[in-house]
Design a protein around this ligand. Sequence first.
Ligand code: SF4
Ligand code: SF4
Length: 324
Amino acid sequence: MSNNNSVLKIEKIKDLLAVLLTNKCNLNCKHCMRRKDRKKILDFNIFSKVILKSKRFGVSHIALTGGEPGLHPKFENILKLIRENNQTPIIVTNGYTLRKYGQIIKQSRCIIALSMEGIKKENDYVRGPGSWEELEKSINFCRGNKLPFLIHFTVNKINKDNIDDTAEFLTQSGASKIDIGSCLPTYRNKYLVLNKNERIDAVNKIKSSFRKSYIPVQLSSSILNTNNFTYCSSLLLNNHVLDYNGSMCFCCDLADFDVQLIKNRQLLTISDMSKTSFEEYLIKKNKVISKVLEYQIKNFDKMKNVSCNCSKCFIFFGAKLNKK
Ligand code: SF4
Ligand code: SF4
């Protein structure tokens, strides 16, 4: 599909602000972690306030996510504002709105983040019919317009035995970077979620399948299982998350997470940015993260056996987990 020369370099991401522009989406993926009532849109004034301040605190990249971020009615203004503020937009998209905004995306020199759930039928099974074709179109759009792109591959029970073929596709795709995670449990997707042994097996297969790949491959906290403390970018204090309600949150994955799993939801929401300054938010955020790490230290022995690193956060926020 590609050769080595076509891979575009992505500049180093220092600090990242992830923004959930909306929870509206045109798809209904089986593994979706977002809540089902998807109508919310982030207020543009709150977005501007946070973006302008974030630059002063070292944020270099703004990841626009959702739902499908291209469904925000002010998507073009949002991209313009980020560029005027000398930050780089990353669009985390299912691809369906990519070509609609092709011109402004090219002008704003965006990085594109695409998602994939396996090859062809595996992908369509989770994301819906036609989504594989859409993914291929999105890859071609990025390559044709010389936009750097990364692909996030989520391992699940359906695609776990086909990691070799998936790795081959990803290596040839022209992507600048591959992120690999595993399906996190919500109330409706448990049949897709790997147990601890399957997760360990998947990590070994990934290591073996990509051993000759020159593309950077990063494993996320959702697939890793360590006996130590979790240090994802959220917990390392260099990630910020603004949700569509205008609140800064603890973690992008958990910001709109399935309400039936998370009990201590108030802890996930750090600051309402219509009432709070960025400085006040930073202080509160550090306190929440200290609590999470303190909890992990106190429960070190129990935490050794949880399924993946993200599960440590789920337990902290009050989720009941399957012990496998
Ligand atoms: S996983 Fe992403 S693309 Fe799929 S329904 Fe959820 S928000 Fe939409
Ligand atoms: S759930 Fe916890 S470990 Fe997983 S990405 Fe979020 S903050 Fe990191």
